[in-house]
Write a protein of this length. Structure first.
Length: 259
């Protein structure tokens, strides 16, 4: 089996919902300020949803920065790292967990905006949205993302809140110590607990292979879940936006009447 794992690049702007919202954002060009646009319910709605969609897309695609660390242009070697090889792996995992978990929060805030729940971002949680919109198919799709990320949230909590860190290799204590000594210019010699010669380069490559595999598996699953989330979200958005465009105070009605 090929253990190099070709790089996976995330994209979240290819769905029909994202494209539709981006297209409608052109309405903002008709106004000097957001306050002016807010006078028209349809214009305000389109711009509000666009803002939250853009933030979600940006957060998803920011995971590619983690990919940059896992698949750099130059081969990864301990001597080229600004920190020890073990610390480098920990930093990668910290960034990955925080950003991929926050995708759910971004989805929740976007959904609350589409559903016009008038919730402050810090209150736009799944349980609150579920209570305010029972039976909505968008909520069910959001719940799927929540369940998909249960293990990731558990690891995030143990790392960030409890200080417990995962093991990257089958002898992580030796990897951690050897990497730290090597970074400080005093390489360890001898054997690890499996009787192998201590080799920081070998440990690093094993750790990176594991991180790459986790990155690919979780990223591909996230993109698939997002597509399932965007489909009902587009239906919900279109219905609400169309109704707003028919109101006498709508910007779209004003444009049609002036043509």
């Amino acid at each position: 089996m090929d253990e190099k794992f070709d790089r996976y690049v995330l994209s979240s702007d290819s769905s029909a919902f994202v494209g539709r919202v981006y297209d409608l954002s052109i309405v903002g060009m008709h106004f000097e300020t957001y306050e002016e646009a807010s006078k028209y319910p349809d214009a305000k709605y389109a711009l509000d949803v666009n803002e939250r969609t853009t933030l979600l897309v940006g957060r998803v695609e920011s995971l590619n920065h983690v990919g940059d660390l896992l698949w750099p242009e130059q081969p990864l070697t301990p001597s080229l790292l600004p920190v020890s090889a073990h610390e480098y792996c920990n930093l990668i995992q910290d960034v990955f967990l925080m950003r991929i978990i926050s995708v759910l929060d971004c989805c929740s805030i976007l959904l609350a905006t589409v559903l016009e729940l008038n919730l402050h971002p810090k209150h736009a949680r799944l349980d609150k949205i579920r209570k305010l919109s029972p039976g909505n198919p968008c909520v069910a799709a959001l719940e799927d993302i929540w369940h998909q990320q249960e293990d990731l949230r558990a690891e995030r909590n143990t790392r960030i809140h409890w200080g417990e860190e995962r093991e990257f290799t089958d002898d992580d204590l030796t990897f951690k110590m050897a990497a730290l000594w090597s970074h400080r210019g005093s390489a360890l010699s001898g054997q690890d607990r499996h009787g192998r010669e201590i080799d920081v380069e070998r440990y690093l490559q094993a750790a990176i292979r594991k991180l790459r595999l986790d990155f690919i598996e979780n990223s591909t699953a996230l993109i698939a879940a997002l597509e399932d989330f965007y489909r009902p979200l587009k239906i919900e958005f279109e219905a609400r936006f169309k109704a707003m465009c028919g109101e006498e105070s709508s910007f779209m009605r004003k444009v049609r009447l002036s043509d």
